[in-house]
Write a protein that binds this ligand. Sequence first.
Ligand SMILES: NC(=O)c1ccc[n+]([C@@H]2O[C@H](COP(=O)([O-])OP(=O)(O)OC[C@H]3O[C@@H](n4cnc5c(N)ncnc54)[C@H](OP(=O)(O)O)[C@@H]3O)[C@@H](O)[C@H]2O)c1
Length: 279
Amino acid sequence: MEKKTIVLTGASDGIGAAAARKLAEMGHLVIPVGRNKDKTARIARELHAPCLTADYTHLDSVARLAEELKKLGRIDVLANNAGGVQKERTLTADGFERTFQINVLGAFLLTNLLLDTLCASHATVIQTSSIAANLFSQNFSVGDWQNERAYSPFTAYGSAKLENILLTRALHKRFGEKGVAAAAFEPGVVRTNFAAESTGFVKFCYHSPLKYFFTISPQTSAERLIFLALGIPGETFIPGETYSGKRLMNVKFRDENGAAADALWNACTQMTKGYLQNQ
Ligand SMILES: NC(=O)c1ccc[n+]([C@@H]2O[C@H](COP(=O)([O-])OP(=O)(O)OC[C@H]3O[C@@H](n4cnc5c(N)ncnc54)[C@H](OP(=O)(O)O)[C@@H]3O)[C@@H](O)[C@H]2O)c1
């Protein structure tokens, strides 16, 4: 088996931690990235890996993470998995809506800052999306990327997870022929620390014994990430697509000519241009 270098964000807990453990057990070099230093140090120790953290509510922190990751020289898989739902509409210090920055812009910036390494390594870039992209994106409106017109915690989350899918397509369109295989997946409904920063019914469901009735384990969900991480682009999965398990996910939002994906890519490039120009 070829030993891969796999960078996994959101690996201090939940689906990311389960995937990191399994991939390391299989003999791959896994670099777990978390936000909380203690939690990340714990898993990094367990995997004999460096402890890397970044808080995606600060783009500076994402840029510093990219600098650290460039030192690896080679990245076979970048799994952009950090994310979650928030409780209210607030802006980050960078001036962007928090759900959008954590789930979308942070991963966009990290991926773009690492593009030279990713192309040279013929990397697979995985994005954790969600079925929320279908269930909660009724208010999604091209151009209103940060839900300024109609906000609720879950419509913002649904939009962000749909934007993950659009950016995966856009990454494939721009860098597929340069060696990057992009793919997204929805992990199922998983009993993790998800929604801890939210409030109300969903938080209650995820953080009470009720969760055992409607969720799958992080280990089961991690198999969906691993299917892409160890897959062969063009053979076991189709680059640019979004998966639900081993099947293609039926994304309800139609963007046949890729205009929405292009517009979002351009908007994110504009929002992060201060970082991208400094490369
Ligand atoms: N659980 C579900 O049912 C479900 C369903 C669909 C999609 N998802 C998606 O799956 C991914 C993993 O979530 P999970 O269920 O495993 O939840 P989790 O247990 O809460 O894990 C979330 C991970 O993301 C990190 N993270 C959260 N906010 C961050 C920030 N501001 N900056 C950097 N890292 C941050 C966390 O870091 P710390 O722990 O170190 O703070 C943690 O490692 C997310 O993208 C989520 O949206 C989950």
